[in-house]
Design a protein around this ligand. Structure first.
Ligand SMILES: *Cc1c(COP(=O)(O)O)cnc(C)c1O
Length: 350
């Protein structure tokens, strides 16, 4: 079975051996305050920061999911309010989740074929951007994130990079919080997420010492200083993260490959098929999630026919649930799998 589902997505084939290794080395029965565990976390953080080119003065935390990261941000950073720029269902849901907690989330929605616009200085509110909108296959470039930053040097900025982190280069210094769960570009089983925070943000958190929530960012930081976690974490997941970090190529290499592959996919659909891409403006098309638009009947039939050939395609999501299908362009997917899916689409075209 080949999977192009954009989350949970194809896991790296090496995961099979690493699962056995995790069992055999005994780490799963080690206490999470033990030095064996601390060493595992220390190495995981250090190798990933190196592979993803995360600046030294940024913290790397392990949490449980991207949805949890939304809540962490709402509870710990968004007390002065937040302003959410979104063009799809993940960005919208983030704003809604935040508003349930703070009652201070503002929406700035934009059309899928356009860029979000920075309109002057946004003040104390935290700026929330969804770098890669998994529901419709659009992305916000590092350049635009940088423009938000330069117009709002005082504001904290949070970026949901769930379906792009570990797939493309992110310009870490341009924002204060970045997060992603591992079942997308990391190519690992679900149950963990990465939260990357700037020094400037952690200074504020360390002054406030807010410990009123299960997910206190202050407590998360205090524990990570000892390479520990606030609770007994997903040790199996962390072990897999650790093994993948050792194995994976540096992000600049992965980025080059993923962008080339994305160009190949878009070119393929535009020149070899009559199929319609959901996003018409090539400047905002995602490098990691490619979305096709179609009638309800075509979408359903195509997903079913692919499944008969052993290929799993991503269903539509949110507003585009029944009239689009999604194809993950994540690093764990191999060239022969892409060829097979392209052959499938060419046959459909006849
Ligand atoms: C998948 C996804 C989420 C939710 O991730 P979970 O790990 O299920 O919490 C949030 N934001 C984006 C952009 C996503 O693609």
């Amino acid at each position: 079975m080949i999977s192009f589902y954009p989350g949970p997505s194809k896991v790296y084939p090496e995961v099979r051996n690493w699962l056995l290794e995790a069992y055999d080395c005994g780490i799963l029965s080690q206490n999470h305050r033990s030095s064996a565990f601390e060493q595992l976390v220390a190495q995981t953080v250090s190798v990933w920061k190196n592979k993803l080119k995360i600046p030294d003065n940024y913290s790397f935390f392990l949490v449980s999911s991207a949805t949890e990261a939304w809540e962490i941000i709402a509870q710990n950073i968004a007390s002065e309010g937040s302003i959410h720029f979104w063009n799809g269902d993940f960005g919208k849901k983030w704003a809604e989740t935040t508003n349930e907690i703070t009652q201070k989330a503002e929406n700035q929605s934009f059309e899928i074929n356009t860029f979000p616009e920075v309109k002057g200085n946004l003040g104390e509110k935290i700026i929330c951007l969804t770098q890669n909108e998994t529901s419709n296959g659009t992305q916000i470039s590092n350049k635009i994130i940088g423009e938000f930053r330069s117009q709002n040097p005082q504001s904290f900025m949070a970026v949901d990079a769930t379906s792009s982190m570990a797939g493309v280069v992110l310009d870490w210094k341009k924002a204060d919080v970045w997060f992603a769960s591992v079942q997308k570009c990391f190519g690992l089983p679900s149950g963990l997420a990465v939260l990357v925070c700037s020094e400037r943000l952690m200074e504020k958190i360390n002054q406030e010492k807010n410990i009123t929530h299960y997910n206190s960012l202050f407590s998360i930081g205090q524990n990570m200083a000892k390479f520990q976690t606030t609770h007994t974490p997903n040790i199996l997941g962390i072990y897999l993260m650790h093994r993948l970090a050792q194995n994976v190529a540096p992000i600049t290499e992965i980025d080059t490959k993923i962008r080339k592959q994305a160009q190949n996919w878009y070119h393929f659909f535009e020149t070899q098929t009559d199929l319609e891409l959901l996003v018409s403006n090539s400047a905002v098309r995602s490098d990691t999630v490619i979305v096709l638009k179609g009638t309800e009947e075509w979408t359903k039939k195509t997903i079913q026919m692919a499944e008969k050939e052993g290929i799993i395609l991503g269903k539509g999501y949110g507003s585009w649930k029944n009239t689009s299908l999604r194809i993950a362009n994540f690093p764990a997917i191999e060239a022969w799998e892409i060829e097979e899916l392209q052959t499938f689409f060419q046959k459909q075209n006849l």
